[in-house]
Design a protein around this ligand. Sequence first.
Ligand SMILES: [Zn+2]
Length: 340
Amino acid sequence: MGFPKEIYDRASAVLSERRQYAKEQTLVRRQQIYSLLPQIEQIDKQLSQIGMKTIQAVAGAPDELDKILERLKQQSLGLQKQREDLLTAAGLMEIYHDDNHACKKCKDTGYVGTKKCECFQKLLREAAFDSLGAVYPQNCRFSNFSLDYYSAQTAPNGINPREKMAQIKNFCIEYARNFSMGSHALGKHQPPSESLLFMGNTGLGKTHLSLAIAGEVINKGYGVVYGSAQNLLAKLEKEKFQFSYQQEEEQSYLSLVLDCDLLILDDLGTEFLSQFVTSTIYNIINTRLLEGKPTIISTNLSFQDISKRYTDRLASRLFGGYIQFEFVGRDIRIQSKIMG
Ligand SMILES: [Zn+2]
């Protein structure tokens, strides 16, 4: 999965903060060790003087350079041995040599050789996830999706909101657990996860369940992008009219949205409508369906609303290709305020 420059920059900034923190921590620990064992400080000073002398000798290139270098090397080895002995006796060896990097594999550089380190890939995925949805409810998990807000009484239309929502919640839990991009492992073909359409009024838990799925799928190491339709389309529209030079590895937001493992498009129908928006939404839905990439879309709009607002073609792709869920009940956000 490639990422736009902005996302690279954000992830790189985190790595840079980690390196800075590691440096500071190392200095603090050093000072603590020096106050406990002043001899260590003396040895370190002498070692750095030897380092300076070595550089000067090489630069000056005297006749007996080899001999001088050998002598300095022996002095250095002797001091190092002395230091290790002191540290071992005090039980401080490990602390002294710990460079305090959050990731020992890449020392917080993000790269092991020329390959991106796992820690960097994780940071990139995290940055991509929240790059498009500046504001979203935190802490949306399955465990705190309460069914208590949904009425347990069967309505005249025969629907029992609590039962229905329990079914939807269970489906979502299974969906997240079995999330897959499709595979041919061990000769067995596993199809990619389906795309889902969450329908129903505002405040019935559509965003909560989408984010709960996102959280689990991210934990499995997949690249998830979440965005409200409003933010995401504004970002894509802005990008379209911006000419920017892109590095080889970098991608546009549009390709991120088209390529990510799971796209969550929240609140379809709240975005500002234009020709660009209609064709971009169709492009996203159609491309991802054709490539078998799962998408979760939530909307307050009905089938008729969608046909009317966008196009029949878009509505038929959406209703033909997505599994639909009708969320029921009364606005849980208002209820949870009243119920505290
Ligand atoms: Zn790393």
